[in-house]
Design a protein around this ligand. Structure first.
Ligand code: SF4
Length: 404
């Protein structure tokens, strides 16, 4: 999932080696057919052999594994994210049962957060009642105004989904539910228009995702859209957010880039190179490390483990890559050494670092975009890279002195 996903970035911050965040891939199919989807259209075919939905007994086994982990590690807060495919294809009755199973298994031993990431097309009053009953946070995928959104986010007959998603958002707003939007950057669109659109819809939170490409697949995009298509969108979006009185709309990448520039830590996997402890359980029980790694090729996200036979801590023993990616953090790419943003960007999002030749030892495929955006936000804030570095040193000293 591109893990950050708007909702992923709201999950609890990870303490390496102890805090896991569980993503339940409860549905392996989707009612939409978005061309950029990393599950179906980036070369990985593992979805084809998986059950359409996670069975109840598999969920129960998974919950037992979560319990064991929490007891072993002393983890006191757990976030479970329903993901897919499209999780709402499971139907409201089954979803309600799953929520009750989860609460019954875990709510006595941990502080529980339930989240669902959906394409929004199936939300109706029944779903809203169920979300509210179980305090489920809802993230909705939308890529902008109708003409932009419907370019990619179409059903299997090629029909756009915007009207259904916009209606769902209106229903959620009428029910006083917070609206959190996940937008995969639509190349060539007007960033300011995107930002204004989400503000006008009454969204509370927006997360812009850099599209999932690797060093092996990016050439065509650069040819079509130029050297920095993400920055071309995000800089006008940032200016609209900053200048037009909509700062109460939380825009994940902007808030997190501002935070790291001011000396803080990123709570977003797009920048900062911190491990977030995500573990994915597929609808057949397979345990995966980071599902979006499937953009690196068929089966790349697989671990060979499954919840019927293995505990979550065994992922750490599989390989250095899994251990680092999930629990401790990856080394900075060699190509990032000496970069002014080495402590803020820190190499970018892991899947975007991939090449067949050097593995994950590359700067992000969106490096030039990130540098432009950092530069732009720095100018707005009046904070240089040197100033950030000084602030980090001071803050680190303060933390050390507080702890000793
Ligand atoms: S901006 Fe580029 S070189 Fe600098 S840390 Fe990020 S990916 Fe690496």
């Amino acid at each position: 999932m591109a893990v950050p996903q708007p909702e992923l970035s709201t999950l609890h911050r990870s303490t390496p080696a102890t805090t896991l965040q569980i993503v339940l891939k409860v549905a392996s199919r989707c009612n939409l057919n978005c061309s950029y989807c990393y599950v179906y259209h980036k070369g990985d075919l593992t979805w084809q052999r998986r059950p359409h939905f996670m069975a109840d007994d598999l969920l129960q086994v998974t919950l037992e594994r979560v319990k064991r982990w929490c007891h072993q590690q002393g983890q006191r807060r757990v976030s479970l994210l329903f993901h897919g495919g499209e999780p709402l294809l499971a139907g409201v009755e089954r979803f309600d049962r799953w929520c009750r199973m989860i609460r019954s298994a875990l709510s006595d031993i941990v502080d529980l957060t339930l989240i669902v990431q959906t394409n929004g097309t199936l939300i109706d009053e029944g779903w809203i009642t169920t979300f509210r009953a179980h305090h489920v946070q809802v993230g909705i995928s939308m890529d902008g105004p109708e003409a932009v959104h419907d370019r990619e986010r179409v059903d299997h007959a090629g029909r756009g989904s915007y009207q259904r998603v916009a209606a769902a958002i209106a229903q959620m707003r009428a029910a006083a539910m917070p609206v959190s939007i996940l937008c995969v950057l639509p190349f060539g669109a007007d960033g300011a228009q995107l930002q204004r659109h989400f503000a006008a819809l009454g969204a509370n939170r927006v997360s812009y995702l850099l599209p999932d490409f690797t060093h092996d697949t990016i050439a065509e995009i650069r040819q079509r859209y130029g050297p920095t298509p993400c920055a071309d969108l995000l800089i006008p979006a940032f200016d609209a957010w900053w200048q037009e009185g909509t700062l109460d709309l939380l825009v994940e990448p902007f808030v997190n880039m501002t935070r790291v520039i001011l000396g803080g830590e990123s709570a977003l996997d797009m920048i900062g190179n911190r491990p977030f402890g995500f573990v994915f359980v597929e609808s057949d029980g397979a345990i995966e490390g980071l599902d979006v790694l499937r953009v690196c090729g068929h089966g790349s996200a697989g671990t060979g483990l499954n919840v019927f036979q293995h505990d979550f801590h065994q992922i750490a023993e599989l390989s250095q890559l899994h251990h680092q990616a999930i629990f401790t953090g990856m080394p900075l790419p060699q190509g990032c050494a000496g970069c002014a943003e080495a402590t803020t960007c820190a190499g970018g999002y892991l899947p975007h670092r991939w090449s067949q030749v050097r593995g994950f030892d590359n700067p992000s495929v969106w490096c030039a975009d990130l540098l432009r955006l950092f530069d732009h936000i720095r100018n707005r804030l009046g904070v240089t890279a040197e100033e950030t570095s000084l602030r980090r040193q001071v803050l680190a000293e303060m933390v050390t002195n507080t702890l000793t």
